[in-house]
Design a protein around this ligand. Structure first.
Ligand code: AMP
Length: 143
């Protein structure tokens, strides 16, 4: 299973915000969409950063709630690890585990075309394991 197959199931919509968006507006968007991260995009749609609920908790802990009125660009992660549609589920699991993050934007020809979360990865991994178990059971019963 690769990223293209995952996107086929979940769609290509990505929740984004511009760097000048306040942290308050970001928290509202995350809450409204029931998600854990937004990709921050520049004027031509390029990936400029990522902000997750963890960054917001850290920002409040370090700066107090006043930071919610400041732009997200001050708190986002700028070095974003991205993946391509050809990357496999196993590669994504390894990247998320090594980097200790739960979201990977998908980029094709420099454009943002999707996002894969740890939830998507776990869901597809369980489906793969179940299919494998079922195939093994069929094989054993046939023997
Ligand atoms: P998350 O597990 O997605 O809530 O993110 C944990 C931390 O990793 C936060 O500081 C995020 O800004 C950062 N992060 C999330 N996704 C990525 C990514 N794809 N590349 C780099 N950093 C990320």
């Amino acid at each position: 299973m690769n990223v293209a197959a995952i996107l086929k199931g979940k769609g290509r919509a990505v929740a984004t915000a511009r760097p000048e968006t306040t942290l308050q507006a970001v928290t509202e968007k995350l809450t409204a969409k029931r998600i854990g991260a937004l990709v921050i995009v520049g004027s031509s749609g390029q990936v400029a950063g990522i902000i997750s609920e963890r960054d917001i908790i850290r920002a409040i802990a370090e700066n107090g709630a006043e930071c919610l009125q400041r732009p997200v660009s001050e708190f986002m992660t700028r070095e974003v690890v991205i993946c391509s549609e050809a990357d496999t589920l196993e590669e994504l699991m390894a990247i998320m585990t090594a980097g200790r993050f739960r979201h990977i934007p998908v980029v094709a020809d420099g454009a943002l075309v999707g996002i894969v979360s740890i939830g998507d990865v776990v869901k597809h991994h369980i489906a793969e394991v179940e299919m494998e178990a079922s195939a093994l059971r069929t094989y054993l019963l046939a023997g």
